[in-house]
Design a protein around this ligand. Structure first.
Ligand SMILES: Cc1cc2nc3c(=O)[nH]c(=O)nc-3n(C[C@H](O)[C@H](O)[C@H](O)COP(=O)(O)OP(=O)(O)OC[C@H]3O[C@@H](n4cnc5c(N)ncnc54)[C@H](O)[C@@H]3O)c2cc1C
Ligand SMILES: *[C@@H]1O[C@H](CO)[C@@H](O)[C@H](O)[C@H]1NC(C)=O
Ligand SMILES: *[C@@H]1O[C@H](CO)[C@@H](O)[C@H](O)[C@H]1NC(C)=O
Ligand SMILES: *[C@@H]1O[C@H](CO)[C@@H](O)[C@H](O)[C@H]1NC(C)=O
Length: 336
């Protein structure tokens, strides 16, 4: 049996590893035109925080994806190779002056080890500005510059194949594989003619500030998230923009907003400024499709894309769902 996974971001790599674990004797090939540092996934800060606009086909599925994802990352973090695979626990604050909704998160409140309201003292004295609403919680951080290479090594050790190739046509690819899992992120837009998928441009600055040990959000626009090798300062969300160039005014704005929030960042030197296009789709698409190859042979596809700003958070849950769909589509049980 031959299975292809298209796309080597956090979604594709996690899906490939899980497929290889479930189908030990099958040939699994991970095909992508970019890897590791060249993917949107490695631009991400990588905090586990499902936003309110992250949705699957219905509430139950969305909840299952998020819960499965949490326990997957938690297990990696607690295993001895937590640091080796780029997953760690992280605590911090979310503040808002606008709405209490910003600082609440129904999914996280049920899952994380600690989630509480900020105290009066924290609201008044933790940052130079005072806040009306705030919360403090512990979650996880997944650093893709460590996790992606680790998971790809794991995949190779399990016997997986990796192909560096640009895919222009999934149907053509179909003649070589029994199933293709489509984890191409924004690439699915052209590959799948999917108009529901849009870019949400993000820009971040990775700075050297090892003294920052907690994360801070000021509403959802400004954030400071410490990782393994740097602290990520953000951000912006520009719906519909394809601009992959760094915008210097956005960078100045991010610096100013973050330094106002946490003044100790002022001396932090910039490591690099990065831009990524979040592959946003409502709902995220995890489903099977059977199309025809150029010579009329049926091609079995399992789609897994459109995670928007929450692909690091939700990659494992959607990967496990995709593996289930692969199993169904191969045994002819899929509801098509
Ligand atoms: C600034 C920023 C900050 C973020 N912060 C967070 C965060 O803190 N937490 C969180 O959960 N999420 C965050 N995200 C969102 C997260 O990065 C994305 O949801 C996630 O990376 C999507 O993963 P993916 O694997 O679907 O896509 P990608 O990482 O884009 O991977 C797609 C892969 O498909 C390949 N590909 C595409 N088209 C083709 C083709 N035609 N042929 C061959 N290969 C192809 C690409 O080369 C790539 O390897 C952030 C995003 C940005 C931009
Ligand atoms: C894996 O691929 C090889 C080469 O294409 C093929 O000979 C072999 O039968 C495949 N294995 C399975 C389990 O299909
Ligand atoms: C929040 O509102 C209070 C009272 O209106 C104000 O004093 C404070 O500066 C505001 N904080 C921010 C960060 O805007
Ligand atoms: C992804 O899905 C779309 C829509 O079905 C399809 O056209 C495209 O070829 C797929 N891409 C891959 C890599 O399977």
């Amino acid at each position: 049996m031959n299975i292809a996974v298209a796309g080597a971001g956090v979604v594709g790599v996690t899906t490939a590893v899980e497929l290889k674990k479930r189908f030990r004797n099958a040939n699994i090939t991970l095909i992508s035109d970019a890897f590791e540092e060249d993917t949107t996934s490695s631009v991400a800060a990588g905090i586990f925080r499902p936003g309110g606009d992250f949705t699957g086909p219905n509430r139950d599925v969305t909840r299952k994806w998020i819960e499965d994802s949490w326990w997957y990352w938690k297990e990696l973090q607690e295993s001895r190779n937590g640091a080796e695979c780029g997953v760690t626990e992280l605590s911090g604050y979310m503040f808002s002056n606008r709405s209490e909704k910003v600082v609440r998160n129904a999914h996280l409140e049920k899952l994380v080890p600690m989630y509480r309201s900020a105290t009066e003292e924290e609201l008044s004295n933790l940052t130079p500005q005072k806040w009306k609403f705030g919360s403090f919680y512990t979650t996880l951080l997944i650093d893709n510059t460590i996790y992606l290479p680790w998971a790809m090594k794991n995949f190779r050790q399990l016997g997986g194949e990796i192909l560096h190739e640009h895919i222009t046509n999934l149907q053509r690819l179909g003649s070589n594989y029994d199933v293709i899992v489509n984890c191409t992120g924004l690439g699915a837009q052209t590959l799948c003619n999917d108009d529901a998928l849009v870019p949400v441009r993000g820009q971040v600055i990775k700075v050297d500030a090892p003294w920052i040990k907690t994360f801070f959000y000021a509403d959802t626009e400004t954030y400071i998230i410490p990782g393994f090798k740097s602290v990520t300062l953000g951000g912006c969300r520009e719906l519909g923009s394809y601009n992959l160039d760094v915008d210097k005014y956005t960078a100045l704005g991010i610096r100013e907003r973050c330094e106002n929030l946490v003044p100790s960042l002022k001396p932090a030197s910039t490591i690099k400024t990065l831009v990524g296009l979040r592959p946003y789709r409502k709902p995220v698409r995890v489903e099977c499709e059977i199309t025809r190859s150029l010579n009329g042979k049926p091609v079995k596809l399992v789609h897994n894309y459109g995670h928007g700003g929450y692909g690091v958070t939700a990659a494992p849950g959607t990967a496990l769902h995709s593996v289930q769909l692969v199993r169904e589509v191969l045994s002819g049980n899929s509801k098509l």
